[in-house]
Ligand binder design. Sequence first.
Ligand code: UDP
Ligand code: MG
Length: 327
Amino acid sequence: PTTPHHTAGGVPIATDQPSAAPPRSFLISVVLPCYNEDQVLRRTHDRLVRALHDLPHEIVYVDDGSTDGTWPLIQQLADTPGSVVRGVRFSRNFGHQAAALAGLAEATGDAVVLMDADLQDPPELIPSMAELWFKGWSIVSARRATRHGETQLKKSSAYLYYRLLARLSDQPVALDTGDFRLLDRKVVDFVTSLGEKELFLRGAISWTGFPETSITYERDARGAGTTKYTLRKMLALSRTGILAGAASLPLRIPTYLGAASLLGAGAALARGSVRRAAPLGAFGAQSLACGVLGEYLLGVFRQVQGRPPYLVMERTESSHGTTAKAS
Ligand code: UDP
Ligand code: MG
């Protein structure tokens, strides 16, 4: 069941539904980062081709430094007639976000669908995502209603993390949404041109602010094999997410801590307790000094991150010529 929700992170971002005529000719690219997926990739490919049979498409596989038979399999799939397949192979494992970015850069479609290779993201959802794109939505994300075949630890840590990130982030964050989404060409171009060395893809995508909608789905268990997202990789991703989306909050903790300590020191002093006030005051002053450094660091971080100060989505212009200047 796929119900459209025209919201991101509970915040309505487009009140009236964009509506445009379906494009007369278009190409949809599907990007799949793969790391040691030779047990499932052929099945993924077959289901994908079946689901896409009505849509002009290309499939882009990015082999993120696999050490199993993934790359020869991708080569085979590219040689099989019936679908347009392109493969890119990394020199080593650079991680899922890097592989996804490489796939976006490689894709030539008017819309690009990013999905996992392990059949946790059902390919059958792509036609419904494309429908919403035809209607004018630039970003169509797939929100997980339920997750099957994952450990309780993973489910609850993901649940908490999404809510923490949404609370901390400077921009709205879609809850319970992974990287499975369709992106209009304009969004793909903006995201691939950011040039950030450490990109939190879904954060960068919602940062563009293009009209976003979502559909919900039941997340299946992995088709075969085991998770390639080790605890280490998950922690690294959550760190990147917070750093890129909510950089200001962690850097401001010392400011708040320092201010609170100094207030406490003041209160102690008012009650005549110099013994209490002295250490609190010393700590507060140091913490506040760290907070000042944090503000500068934040300024430097934003400058180095180098996101453009604005993005232009559309233009309009009078068609009846320029106004004559009064002489
Ligand atoms: N992946 C990748 N590089 C990595 C880890 C994962 O390209 O270093 C791919 C993986 O092959 C899959 C997707 O990213 O297509 C999601 O990974 P996985 O299914 O293992 O993560 P989980 O669903 O368990 O969070
Ligand atoms: Mg998976």
